[in-house]
Design a protein around this ligand. Structure first.
Ligand code: GRG
Length: 525
């Protein structure tokens, strides 16, 4: 890394935990220990009279804590939307159920809430921990109402961290019955049945299985129109198709060895770059797709990482911009490709990050958006590239979030879909370019998600699978991916979560940066 290059703070897990504990103790001095952290959650509340879910004004990092006085176990959400943090007692009248990535609960005040976890693993871990705390508590014999014991003795009767730190029990199933002690109240269970549908869409609306079949079939039909069109960018096609399968939990339907061996035939050993197909010239666009696909399969080990990262770094120009290949065209798309690729390979130190960031900032326009070169018109695709590169390099302070958020949310048209710039037609792919950018700058709540969800679902070929740019048009892999990706960003039930900056499933990104398990995050910045 250049000495002045800005990267994300690199605190180890223990320092992060200590820092988080210090911040929590400022809010509640009785917090003794953080048992679990979920980097990002969003809350929904259930209105019993209207029989309807709606979004609550609570979103941020969730901490399950142990306190040194009553109530002993709570979870606290450091709210990013306003100054009211959310606190719930786990040992009061608390019931919950899991529908990954949602954890639904009813508290002592009989309020019914749903927690959406950005990371599905966090959801499972939280349910597991809640189960252990509640199970351990239910094993504690009931004390007489008028206790003669000292307060100290009473505290000792509740589970200690030794209980909650015990060996992990099997993770709860999605019905979570095993993890929920004594959830026999039908009305409670009824609140949660069809949770997803009350949020605006049902899983049945997305013809997921058909999309899986469609993606798998494109690969087989080598001579049809779509395959011929994709011929020169088959590497990108592989990234779109395989990521779609992974979002739909069906990556297992393809043979990783077959994919990896084909990809390595597209690799140019002489320079370290990948081509769009066998025998095609190397380019940054395909090199990023290759690295992303290998990351999906956890097969980055097949790469000569020094060689590939030297290829990417060698495309940086004196002004900080990047060329896509030896022919020299520059574009902020290539800045994103280089930065994303090097970050995945842990080799950002090979480029001048500060110059790369300054170049991107020089492509910022008065409307808050970004173009492909300095002075180029703002376009949602380029905005994703610039905001994504700034997010990865920890440089989002260069973005005017409100101004850009306003420009981006104005992309939503009457049909619910998004366009890429003013006066243009809506297109499913902008569901990704616009939404991911809005998420990165924390303004995604400015979009009408229900309308956009409906727009995307209307672009499906319900018979043969696949998603098109607009309703009733011909489907293709590109729009199928970006449609499913847009739904994933909008927390559509049953889909894996996608990382808005790396354009990879969150579990893949976590594996790249934190090994197999999720590292505790810093408190929301
Ligand atoms: C890993 C997701 C990911 C991306 C890699 C290649 C790349 C980096 C980003 C491309 C960003 C971009 C420019 C997207 C826009 C694609 C698109 C639909 C362009 C169409 O442009 P026009 O002018 O269409 O034909 P409009 O909609 O403006 O009429």
């Amino acid at each position: 890394m250049s000495q002045s290059g800005k990267l994300m703070p690199n605190l180890d897990q223990q320092s992060t935990k200590v820092l988080n504990l210090t911040v929590l103790q400022r809010i509640d001095p009785f917090v003794e220990e953080i048992l679990m952290t979920a980097a990002h959650v969003t809350f929904y509340e259930f209105n019993i009279e209207l029989n309807q879910w709606s979004r609550k004004d609570v979103e941020g990092s969730l901490f399950v804590v142990k306190r040194n006085t009553q109530p002993r176990f709570q979870f606290i959400v450091m709210n990013r939307r306003n100054t009211d943090n959310l606190v719930e007692d786990l040992l009061g009248d608390f019931e919950y159920e899991v529908q990954v990535p949602y954890l639904l609960y009813r508290n002592a005040a009989q309020e019914v809430n749903g927690i959406w976890f950005y990371n599905a693993h966090d959801c499972e871990a939280a349910a597991n921990l809640f189960g252990r705390i509640l199970n351990a508590y239910s094993k504690v014999p009931q004390k007489p109402k008028a206790s003669t014991k000292s307060e100290f003795e009473e505290l000792e009767a509740v589970p200690t961290s030794a209980v909650v730190e015990g060996p992990l029990e099997p993770p709860p199933t999605s019905s979570a019955a095993a993890a929920v002690p004594d959830v026999s109240d039908d009305s409670f269970v009824n609140f949660f049945s069809g949770f997803g549908s009350r949020l605006g869409a049902t899983m049945e609306d997305l013809v997921a299985e058909k999309h899986v079949k469609y993606i798998l079939s494109v690969e087989k039909k080598k001579d049809d129109f779509e395959s011929l069109v994709l011929e020169h960018l088959r590497m990108n096609g592989a990234y779109w198709g395989l990521t779609t399968l992974d979002l739909l939990h069906k990556l297992g339907a393809v043979d990783p060895d077959e994919v990896v061996s084909w990809m390595m035939e597209c690799y140019h050993q002489d320079c370290g770059g990948f081509g769009g197909n066998i025998g095609h010239d190397p380019h940054l666009l395909y090199t990023l797709s290759a690295v992303q696909v290998l990351a999906l399969f956890d097969r980055l080990d097949v790469l000569d990482i020094e060689k590939v990262s030297d290829y990417v770094a060698g495309l940086q120009n004196g002004d900080g911009s990047f060329s896509g290949d030896i022919w020299g065209e520059t574009d902020t798309r290539f800045s994103y490709c280089a930065i994303c690729c090097l970050s995945i390979l842990h080799r950002l130190d090979k480029i001048d990050v500060e110059k790369a960031v300054n170049y991107i900032v020089s492509c910022k326009n008065l409307d808050g958006g970004f173009g492909s070169i300095p002075g180029g018109e703002s376009h949602a695709g380029q905005i994703f590239c610039c905001v994504g590169a700034l997010a990865i390099t920890g440089s989002l302070h260069h973005v005017d979030r409100d101004l850009l958020g306003w420009w981006l949310c104005e992309r939503q048209c009457k049909d619910g879909g998004l366009n890429g710039r003013p006066e243009k037609l809506t297109d499913v792919c902008y569901s990704w370019w616009v939404l991911s950018s809005l998420i990165m700058i924390d303004r995604v709540h400015w979009i009408d998600k229900d309308k956009l969800t409906r727009f995307i679902l209307n672009c499906q070929d319900r018979e043969n699978g696949g998603i098109s740019d607009r309703p009733d048009n011909a489907v293709d892999v590109f729009h199928t991916y970006f449609g499913v990706a847009g739904l994933s960003l909008m927390e559509y039930p049953g889909l894996k979560s996608l990382d808005p900056a790396y354009a990879l499933p969150v579990d893949v990104v976590n594996r790249i940066f934190f090994g197999k398990q999720r590292a505790p995050s810093l408190l929301a910045s």
